[in-house]
Design a protein around this ligand. Structure first.
Ligand code: AMP
Length: 237
């Protein structure tokens, strides 16, 4: 019955055309990707996979990948494509990603974007949408400097715009909040510079394919979330 389409959330619950909901969220450090990703993942029942979180997990566990990646991460540089691509491909092949995946922080280079396309195509899937959260450089530096991250669940807070209810304690799981080493001001500027230099071609790549949607990330969290939802519903139906 074409006149009463299911909403995207009903569809993601296993109804509708049943095709996997594969999405990427692009934007520099501090654009609000983590916050918005968690909301999208909860609402549409797709795993939220953040390449930065996975890399930090490997680093903390001192895996071979983590030790190789650490040298790059600590100075705000990109980890080499081959390492990141194989890490993400492994994650995409886990059963919980069968119905879709929300990638946050990946792809960061055109090589990663084409590898992602290849992996999806091999599974008979395709990217539905690339959302780009746009925030000016000076706002990003300021946001990152005030950012605190939960040590256990990685939820982020900002003491100016999005403070935790109790200082130093995560609202979600009461974990300890800490300032990430790579959120220090001198590293932050480098991360943002690298992001803009390397990732703008990725934005262009998706724009040319007609699946890029830009969202003004300077708006408050609820407004950005509503805008993302609107874009998602429009793109999938
Ligand atoms: P993030 O948490 O997304 O800001 O990522 C933290 C750091 O992990 C980055 O500064 C990079 O060193 C590394 N990283 C995360 N995702 C990628 C990626 N897709 N490609 C290369 N390096 C990445």
């Amino acid at each position: 019955m074409a006149d009463s389409p299911l909403s995207l959330s009903e569809r993601a619950g296993g109804e509708g055309d049943g095709k996997p909901l594969d999405l990427v969220l692009l934007g520099p450090a501090g654009a609000g990707k983590g916050t918005q990703s968690r909301r999208i993942a909860d609402k549409y029942h797709v795993p939220h996979v953040a390449s930065g979180d996975l890399l930090r997990m490997h680093r903390d566990r001192k895996t071979e990948l983590g030790l190789s990646a650490m040298r790059y991460m600590d100075r705000g540089a990109l980890v080499p494509d081959d390492l990141v691509i194989s890490m993400i491909v492994d994650r995409m092949r886990q059963p919980d990603a069968n119905h879709g995946i929300l990638l946050d922080g990946f792809p960061r280079t055109v090589a990663q974007a084409t590898a992602l396309d290849g992996e999806l195509e091999a599974e008979g899937r395709e990217l539905k949408l690339a959302l780009y959260l746009e925030v000016p450089f000076d706002v990003l530096v300021q946001r990152a400097a005030g950012r605190w991250t939960c040590r256990t669940c990685q939820t982020t807070y900002n003491y100016d715009v999005n403070p935790p209810r109790r200082p130093g304690i995560c609202d979600v799981d009461a974990g300890e909040l800490y300032q990430r080493e790579d959120d220090r001001p001198e590293v932050v500027s480098e991360r943002i510079r690298v992001y803009l230099e390397d990732t703008v071609p990725v934005v262009d790549y998706y724009r040319e394919r007609g699946i890029l949607r830009e969202v003004d990330g300077t708006q408050d969290i609820e407004t950005v979330a509503a805008e993302i939802e609107r874009q998602l519903e429009a793109a999938v139906w």
